[in-house]
Write a protein that binds this ligand. Structure first.
Ligand SMILES: Cc1cc2nc3c(=O)[nH]c(=O)nc-3n(C[C@H](O)[C@H](O)[C@H](O)COP(=O)(O)OP(=O)(O)OC[C@H]3O[C@@H](n4cnc5c(N)ncnc54)[C@H](O)[C@@H]3O)c2cc1C
Length: 67
């Protein structure tokens, strides 16, 4: 099992994305108060804390891979 996880982690094809029944991406709005590039831990945490502690919810997180 650890080898399967390692193989998945190093795979640039993101096989889960192809297999999963993911919703279609929604269209982007014309404007956001904040745009975060990258949906890794820091990007997603930034969006979370903007909403939770600053009430800023008009936020786009742009991720090139699977989010
Ligand atoms: C093998 C490995 C094991 C690790 N294990 C641990 C652990 O056990 N515990 C721990 O605390 N930390 C661990 N880390 C470290 C942890 O993964 C990183 O510190 C953390 O993910 C950094 O978060 P980040 O949001 O800055 O970057 P990332 O998680 O790398 O996120 C950046 C995101 O930006 C996206 N991106 C990049 N360029 C663009 C672009 N032009 N447009 C749109 N999106 C873009 C990427 O696709 C990515 O999703 C590990 C790291 C590695 C490599």
């Amino acid at each position: 099992m650890p080898f399967a996880l390692l193989k998945y982690g190093l795979n640039n094809d993101y096989p889960f994305e192809k297999d999963a029944d993911l919703p279609a991406p929604t269209a982007l709005k014309r404007r956001y108060d904040v745009v975060i590039i990258g949906g890794g831990g820091h990007g997603v945490a930034t969006a979370y804390y903007l909403a939770k502690y600053h009430g800023i919810t008009n936020v786009a997180v742009l991720e090139k891979g699977y989010l």
